[in-house]
Design a protein around this ligand. Structure first.
Ligand SMILES: [Zn+2]
Ligand SMILES: [Zn+2]
Length: 141
């Protein structure tokens, strides 16, 4: 999917398609969007728990952009199954929200799927609905 027509397409009560597009400035995808509905549903639940808006800083990444930002070659961002999240509220208590989000992810997706990684230096939390890799990961320092 691509194009501005999709920018404002609602995917849920609080998230629209444009928030999930590839943000590579010069990559060949021209702002393509790919998003797993399970991720959108999960984000709604996280937003409800947070009680305030969530800012998605990176969701879908085409292969070009994933390489540019140094993403893992098998990153779930490539498949539209991951989002990096922040907000004033999240930044103010990053570790605590990572723990809460991890519990919600497990509650929704079970033992087989979903990862939460928190990045204290860059102040965001990654969540994905891909195959479970670990319980809760902290950015390596
Ligand atoms: Zn791209
Ligand atoms: Zn991420």
């Amino acid at each position: 999917m691509r194009g501005d027509a999709l920018e404002k397409l609602p995917l849920s009560d609080h998230f629209r398609a444009g928030e999930f597009r590839c943000q590579g400035g010069s990559c060949s995808c021209h702002g393509a969007i790919s998003v797993d509905q399970r991720l959108v549903d999960l984000l709604e639940e996280l937003r409800a728990e947070l009680g305030s808006p969530i800012v998605i800083t990176s969701a879908f990444r085409c292969d070009d952009h994933n390489e540019t930002v140094g993403g893992h070659p098998k990153s779930f961002h490539r498949t539209g199954q991951a989002a990096d999240l922040t907000s004033f509220r999240i930044r103010s208590d990053l570790e605590n929200w990572a723990i809460i989000f991890a519990k919600i992810v497990e509650g929704r997706l079970g033992q087989e799927r979903g990862n939460v990684i928190w990045y204290p230096k860059r102040n965001f939390i990654h969540v994905d609905v891909g195959r479970r890799i670990s319980e809760l990961l902290r950015e390596k320092s």
